[in-house]
Design a protein around this ligand. Structure first.
Ligand SMILES: [Zn+2]
Ligand SMILES: [Zn+2]
Length: 127
């Protein structure tokens, strides 16, 4: 079994290589296996928890079954395929004026948001 620090390093490498935008734990475990890194599911889970604690990864706030993780970085929003659940990043779709209006009309201080557009990805559209 690979050492925990090595598993965490390999997870960041896999994500940086960018074959997809966001990963489930299962997808990370499969990718590590393909890279020849011996890591069982619970080791992957612990490495992801550790990277979340170090703020190097974030959990994507979409509750549709499997938790998905991505590298921490600048704010962006997402588009999701309703057929295969693939996710892609898109530049922020929220107009700052709309945020200001939401804050003004509710009295809330608006701190963050997460917008997910639903659609069908190019691969699924071909079928
Ligand atoms: Zn993202
Ligand atoms: Zn946004």
């Amino acid at each position: 079994m690979a050492r925990p620090s090595r598993i965490a390093l390999q997870i960041v490498d896999t994500m940086t290589a960018g074959a997809r935008h966001a990963w489930t734990l299962e997808q990370l475990a499969t990718d590590l296996h393909q890279r020849g890194v011996a890591a069982d599911f619970s080791s992957v889970y612990r490495a992801v928890e550790r990277l979340l604690g170090e703020r190097r990864l974030v959990r994507i706030a979409i509750d549709d079954g499997a938790a998905r993780f991505e590298l921490a970085g600048a704010h962006h929003d997402h588009v999701r395929c309703v057929r295969c659940a693939a996710l892609a990043a898109i530049p922020c779709v929220v107009d700052p004026a709309a945020l200001a209006a939401a804050a003004a009309s509710t009295g809330y201080t608006v701190t963050t948001h997460c917008v997910v557009l639903d659609g069908v990805c190019p691969a699924c559209r071909q079928h």
